[in-house]
Design a protein around this ligand. Structure first.
Ligand code: CTP
Length: 412
């Protein structure tokens, strides 16, 4: 979408045949609070969620067939119009602001890659010019199958955005990646995309996220429990506002949103190089990465062998990427740092803020169950040069906290 529409945003919701299809009813309910939702139900999807229920939920007839409602051309009619030109769902696809495929099966991802058009949803995806977002839901083995992995990469490169999947219990009884993202969360991302789009157009945002990994030998590393979720949520939120986003990511299991230039790094040194190369042309730097403070002084070329006694490791200090960026900062640039603490959150964070005087310092408690590293939620204490007192953002989804942090950045 090139600009925020004055009318309610229009979403074409594609519901495909995943077990999670029944959750589309809940999703429609949430989406409707900010958008008009028209549902396209595939044949497999209709086996799992009743068309009638989706009709009731969306308030509009559900489209299931490419040809339903089309006027056949009478044989021999010269210049008769093509059925695709007159059917209502085609007309609607022309003005849709977003195609959201949720849940998206391995099948529809494959179809999108191949450019197949053998049903209504796949045809509309080829026809419409708006962005396409997919919230996959499938078994973990399917999600990790090389064919699906390759399809994901191709679609990402073509600009399809992925929401989820989450990691957790799957309908089949297995546990792993492939769980349908929470409908509320999907709707939140969609709403944020429409609400804020364009606000940060022209801004360049650099985000460092995830852990770093310092090798000890070819098989062992020093790392930490950071999942990268907070940094990715911030990158997504900045993208939703129309910014040009560069993500420097340590090793994570997450899929960067389409439309973000991502550099994958392993070590603090690699992260530093990427950040410093991109920092001078950035308006905002967000250092959400959990950078390893030390690395082994010596990296063995071969696997270190166990000996009868203990093992003492010598470690060298890594560069402090944030501290270096602060030294090189231009007055027009905004720098956001993080402070991960297990105890005395406010005091430790305040001490860190004095040492690294970022424009905004976000303190969060780590090592506590259900919040911080590795989870979808967080609670944060925000120190900002624009606020006389630190602000406390209560336990919330990282995506929501990311929005609030961007609002704080907006105050500069
Ligand atoms: N950071 C960095 N480079 C490092 C270490 C940290 O850029 N080598 C950044 C982090 O990305 C974060 C901020 O500095 O934005 C604070 O990181 P944190 O790990 O909380 O604190 P440290 O400065 O490493 O101090 P300590 O480990 O003693 O708490």
């Amino acid at each position: 979408m090139s600009e925020t529409p004055h009318r309610k945003p229009r979403i074409l919701l594609g519901v495909t045949g995943s077990i999670a299809a029944y959750k589309s009813l809940e999703l429609v309910k949430y989406l409707k609070s900010s958008a008009e939702v028209r549902v396209v139900l595939t044949a497999a999807g209709s086996r799992l969620v009743p068309e009638n229920e989706l009709k009731k939920a969306s308030g509009f007839p559900v489209w299931t067939s490419l040809f339903k409602g089309a006027t056949p051309i009478k044989p021999g009619t010269p210049g008769g119009s093509h059925p695709l030109a007159v059917v209502p769902h085609i007309e609607y696809a022309k003005t849709a602001d977003l195609i959201l495929i949720a849940p998206a099966t391995a099948d529809i991802l494959g179809k999108l890659v191949q450019g197949l058009a053998d049903d209504l949803l796949s045809t509309l995806c080829l026809y419409a010019s708006c962005p396409i977002w997919a919230a996959p839901a499938m078994n973990v083995r399917m999600w990790n199958h090389p064919a699906v992995v390759s399809n994901r990469k191709i679609l990402l490169a073509r600009g399809v955005s992925f929401l989820g999947p989450d990691n957790g219990h799957l309908a089949c009884g297995e546990v792993g990646d492939g769980r349908f993202a929470e409908p509320r969360e999907i709707a939140f991302q969609v709403e944020s995309h429409f609400r804020h789009f364009g606000e940060w157009t022209g801004k360049k945002v650099l985000v460092a996220a995830g852990p770093t990994r310092e090798p000890l030998d070819p098989v062992r590393v020093i790392t930490n429990h950071s999942s990268g979720k907070m940094g990715y949520a911030l990158a997504q939120a900045a993208l939703n506002r129309g910014a040009e986003v560069i993500l420097v990511s340590g090793p994570t299991r997450l899929i960067p949103p389409a439309g973000i230039k991502t550099y994958w790094v392993e070590t603090a040194e690699e992260m530093r190089n990427r950040v410093h190369r991109n920092f001078p042309k950035s308006d905002i730097l967000i250092m959400a990465a959990a950078v390893s403070d030390y690395r082994p002084s010596r990296v063995s070329k071969t696997k270190l062998k166990k000996t009868s006694g203990g093992l003492t490791l010598r470690l060298r200090k890594n560069p402090d990427i944030l501290a270096e960026a602060l030294k090189n900062k231009k007055s027009s640039q905004i720098i956001v740092g993080f402070s991960a603490e297990t105890d005395h959150l406010a005091q430790n964070a305040l001490n860190k803020w004095k040492k690294k005087p970022c424009d905004i310092l976000v303190a969060n408690q780590v090592g506590k169950k259900g919040s911080g590293f590795g989870t979808d939620r967080n609670e944060i204490l925000v120190f900002s040069r624009k606020n006389p007192k630190p602000l406390w953002f209560k336990n919330d989804l990282k995506s929501r906290l990311a929005e609030k942090l961007l609002d704080e950045i907006n105050k500069f």
